[in-house]
Ligand binder design. Structure first.
Ligand code: M6R
Length: 366
């Protein structure tokens, strides 16, 4: 049932190109450049007239929500807040029938997310679910929603569900932004052309599995890791750190790269691997100086770079190549090598990758 892979987690990482295609199937039309989410069509009024979106989720799904915020704000110009469901439910949030709450959950059974939904609905908000497990509690308790259709996720560490969630959030933001006439046709077409190429670009990253395994062996000794990114890559840094923590039990922190000088850079020394998402986007020059600051303190850098990057490849100790895409779509690709890095480090340490200690696949109690 693991399809020849030693662990479900590795199988699920490798399934991602297919999963993203499944998620887009019948929704993204490559020829006509249309994106149709039936739930959006059925509830256009609610979604287009939202005063604000509030995304509630936990763990990896919360990280997907942070990317969703950037996508929706960029394409739809509607303010978005992203909340931990566990905090939201207990703090008497300001919420009304002009708000749309998006609940993101792989399992559809997370207790805090369910409670956040109940609270939001009791205050009159329209609730839209983004779930994987078909027929689970969250889809049954929301007004509408979209499944991510990535198939059962068995590994406790969420992988393909994350990229599926980000794919749905991308389609949602694109279709609403286009409806609102905030994205012109040329940009819309261009983003869709790039989106449909994402599965093949993930395949390019998966081809580096062996070299990621090799570099993982170098860093297995580390007791701490930092993950840095900016913009769309900041939530990816958080997600990379969470993956490492939960399956290898190595302490890891994700930070927005520019925050380093406000404290965390004090941690950097020869023993501290720093993973930097350093693709050539609007933040590229800034990331280069962030890397220089770390190198000046003898930090060891593992950089995610675009092919033919000659600047960062000289500064970094190790590089992983990321095919070029639009900045707003990069998380769908850059997350994958970080999943592999966490996986291989955990395997090197002899940890139970699919069933990490103290963790359950779905957190149905508080
Ligand atoms: O099923 P959900 O998406 O609601 O689960 C939320 C978190 O419990 C989950 O993402 C958790 O953080 C994973 N173990 C992360 O890999």
């Amino acid at each position: 049932e693991k399809g020849g892979y030693p662990h479900f987690m590795l199988k699920e990482i490798f399934e991602q190109p297919e999963c993203i295609n499944d998620c887009m199937r019948g929704r993204v039309n490559k020829e006509t450049h249309e994106v149709i989410l039936s739930a959006v069509n059925d509830h256009k009024e609610h979604l287009l007239n939202a005063r604000r979106f509030i995304i509630v989720a936990c763990g990896t799904s919360w990280h997907a929500g942070l990317i969703g915020k950037q996508l929706i704000e960029a394409f739809c110009r509607i303010p978005v807040e992203v909340e931990y469901a566990s905090e939201f439910r207990y703090r008497n949030p300001v919420i009304s029938n002009e708000d749309v709450v998006i609940a993101i959950s792989q399992s559809g059974e997370t207790a805090d997310t369910l409670a956040a939904i109940e609270l939001a609905r009791s205050k009159g908000a329209f609730v839209y679910g983004i779930c994987n497990a078909v027929g689970s509690s969250i889809p049954r308790n929301t007004d509408s929603g979209s499944y991510i259709h990535v198939g059962p996720e068995i590994g406790v560490a969420s992988t393909k569900a994350f990229t599926g969630q980000v794919t749905v959030l991308t389609m949602l933001a694109l279709t609403l932004g286009h409806e609102k006439k905030l994205i012109n046709d040329t940009t819309y077409t261009h983003i869709i052309d790039e989106l449909v190429q994402i599965p093949d670009k993930i395949k390019e990253v998966l081809k580096q599995n062996e070299s990621i395994a090799r570099l993982s062996r170098i860093f297995t000794y580390a007791h701490n890791f930092l993950y840095l990114g900016r913009g769309y890559s900041y939530p990816v840094a958080l997600e990379g750190a969470l993956k490492l923590k939960e399956i290898s039990y190595i302490h890891a922190e994700g930070y927005p790269a520019a925050e380093m000088k406000h404290g965390p850079i004090a941690l950097v020394d020869t023993e501290m691997p720093v993973v930097v998402i350093a693709t050539q986007n609007a933040m590229y020059e800034k990331i280069i100086s962030n890397i220089q600051e770390i190198k000046a303190r003898q930090g060891r850098i593992i950089a995610l770079v675009n092919p033919h990057d000659t600047v960062i490849s000289k500064l970094a100790d190790e590089c992983i190549e990321i095919p070029e895409t639009l900045e707003c779509l990069e998380p769908l690709i850059t997350t994958v090598p970080l999943q592999l890095l966490a996986y291989h480090i955990a395997v090197c340490k002899g940890k139970d990758v699919d069933q990490p200690r103290n963790l359950a696949k779905s957190v149905t109690v508080e």
